[in-house]
Ligand binder design. Sequence first.
Ligand code: SF4
Length: 713
Amino acid sequence: MTSTANTQQGIVPDSLAREVERASHCPLDCPDHCSLTVTLREEPGGPTQVLKVTGSEHNPFTQGVICSKVRSFGDRVHSAERLTTPLIRKASSPKGPGAEFETASWDDALDLVAKQLLRVQRDHGGEAILPVSYGGSNGALTEGLMDERLWRRLGASRLSRDLCATSSGAAFDGLLGKMPGTDLRDYEYAKLIVVWGQNPKDSGMHLVPTIKAAQAKGAKLVVVDPRSTGLARSADLHLAIHPGTDLCLALAVHNIFFGKGWQADAFLEKHTTGVAKLRDAAALWTVDKAAAETRLDSADIERLAELLHETSPAVIRAGWGPERCRNGGSAMAAIYALAATCGLYGEKGGGLTSSQSRAVQLKSEVAVGAELPAGLRTISLSQVGRALLGHADVLDGGPTPHFVFNYNCNAASTLPNQNAVLKGLRREDLFTVVSEQVMTDTAYYADVILPATTFLEHDEVSAGYGATFLTHARKVMEAVGEARTNAAMFGGIIERAGLAQPGDATELDPLAAAILKETDLADSQRQALTRTGGTLTAFEIENGRAPMPFVDHLPRTPDQKMNLFPEDLDREAHARAQLTGASGGLYVYQPDPATTEYPLALISPAMGRMITSTFGESYAGPAPLFMNRRDAEVRGLAHGDEVRVFNDLGEAHVHVQVGGRDEPAAGTAVLLKGLWARHTANGLSSNALSPDHLSDLGGNACFNDARVEVAPR
Ligand code: SF4
């Protein structure tokens, strides 16, 4: 180096500073799991600066290409909004936007947290303590480990982390038992790719070049998405389905196959059970009936079935859109079942991939080191708002929470029924701790804020979902300021609360080794992974292809068959429907919740520049409401108009984008996911309009069941 550089320490001579490159991996809540090279500027005794984050070739699927969010991850590490010391809310300051805090030492902050935890446990019972966490970290060392040890020893409420993937998880486990899916690398060999409810440009971007490579070789593409995304516009068939009706479409395709005798009899006979009940459920869905409900053309539904019948190999990539509604579990199950009915398995490039189809399952639970007390009540993450407000129907007979510990999550921005969440967080008799990297909307409701490390500052073990890669990534730099890892933070609280026990493992390497030992990996694979701190490709390409479902491995169900009608799922769907007085069951459709007052479906898909609410500090906004031209016209709205989008739960103030890129189908409006208060005029997002009821399987959040009206403001 030939120059000097300004740092927080002043001018540092070149001879003392150096640039280094270190290997890392992205564990963020994204399927792809990119391998990274991080370029750092290090100074002896001074702060380390992230100069650059680029993709590396270690991951053979992501191949050195990463998204712009993580390319500029240094901006988050060194953000002016980065939390670098513990903070305690000033006694004079109310909770919420504009709250004021004063700096505290870690000792003082942790003493206060431990004291309040024990007070609430003593006065209200352990279940009055509610951990609130989600996928902001997404690794086995930063969630479900030391935190879980603390919650179990306190007897805290259990949290059902059901914002996403619990519908698909229940359906996938029931049908296929956590079986690995078709390797995304093999999509290049497909002759037909059906992307159902996913926009890979914004969620799992590495699928886009793979699809394009397949298209270049003549593959056909079908996209099922209410929006006219770039991928949908490049498709041979775009099914702009009405939100929440994917179940009807999938069952109609099954019905066409069974009606025409196209079903894959040999596969169904050898590898499945429950086909007769699936056929009976599908028989209710004629093409015309499905067309009426999905708002698709009958001819397009028939065309989808024809393409699946006449094209081989064909593969379905099942995304997240269909599960975010009342029918989400049944919809996902019916989509998964198509791979069997249509005979998609058994050829290179054919089959099915879901976010649930993972090569490796990581279970932090094996390293927690604390028994789970029996009988603890569970609160749904989707219903935290009403729980905080003491609604008995979501408290399962337990106490109203008096302590919330929010980590790996931005609850104020991401949970349904946002007004209830904010009202609950404002309670003065609620003690709230927020562990965060930057000052989020939720942090303003905290009594104590604890600064958290980013993935560059801590070790992590994590696995891609849908993809087949596993990593044990080492930190590449020391923590910024006084930020601490989750393990150190929760370990400190356990100590101060007097909950430590002799023999407690606290070093991360042995904990990581214990977690990896529970996987199916060979010892040599595990040792290599831990030694190199690198990426492990769980499935190598051999003989020109990745291992294939039903060829190289079978379902992880008890009989190793695909169960097309799991009775326990039927019972669960039936029981959940009964709670609302409806009749239900597996593959039973619940009608669209639209009313004449609120006729538009509001959906909140992912935004390319954020991962749910992560990176919200770097998005200037304001966020638009995307509307179909016809819907805008009948309401007298023009592009750019300021509007209120509203229903009985709340309203968000935004401007409209009419038509253009990503235009939704008529009857659907779009306000993107994860918005912060700064992104809308009144500080509320689509979640202010999202109901907090749960899906038919797995109790998934039903964001896409929001029904709204839009009017000028
Ligand atoms: S967010 Fe996804 S695409 Fe971006 S670097 Fe991480 S894994 Fe790769």
